[in-house]
Design a protein around this ligand. Sequence first.
Ligand code: IYR
Length: 222
Amino acid sequence: MTKKFIPFNKPIDLTQAEMLRRSAEFYKFMKSRRTIREFSNKEVSSEVIDNCLKTAGTAPSGANQQPWHFVIIRDSSIKAQIRIAAEEEERNFYAGRAGDTWLEALEPLGTDADKPFLEKAPVLIAIFEQKYALNDQGEKIIKHYYAKESVGIATGMLISALHNVGLATLTHTPSPMNFLSKILNRPEGEKPFLLLVVGHPTEGVKVPDIDKKSLKDISSQF
Ligand code: IYR
């Protein structure tokens, strides 16, 4: 492909004071996001989900290869299949595969092998990492650069976009997740990245009493 550049128009131009105010406001809003494990069956419109997915699709990616695919699942029979397969993996995980150290680390979250939210939440978004681009015959032709990093960034932007409209999410990673490729009929070269559960929290839902690390603990300076 040849090089072609177009003018970039700065989307916003703020004073120092406005920057400070907006940065603090955005932090406060993002800090209010919590992972939710109990979802109500209140519907979520397709247009809203589409806009959030379009936002995720604006993420930066290695060589702009955009190595992601999002499968939106609303169908109850597909959700049921996913729940059955996920719970089977989770039962093995909690019954021993995880090991004591991992289970200890999870204790504050109060999770177990039962995943009713996989059927109750109105929307599941299965996110796939495209490790390779395929040709029309489905053969791997190009290895994507930094695919995992790219899909991780897109997922973070998706979670933020959903939070921005008051939707709760759960980043669910049953391990292994290969069953998602089968149930959702995804091609070779794609690896399930995570399953995002999306919806409204149930009334009066409680969340673990856990906190985030301080700025001092997550950063350093020169
Ligand atoms: N996938 C399991 C276990 C689990 C693992 C981590 I790391 C978490 O942060 C939370 C749960 C489950 O979903 O229960």
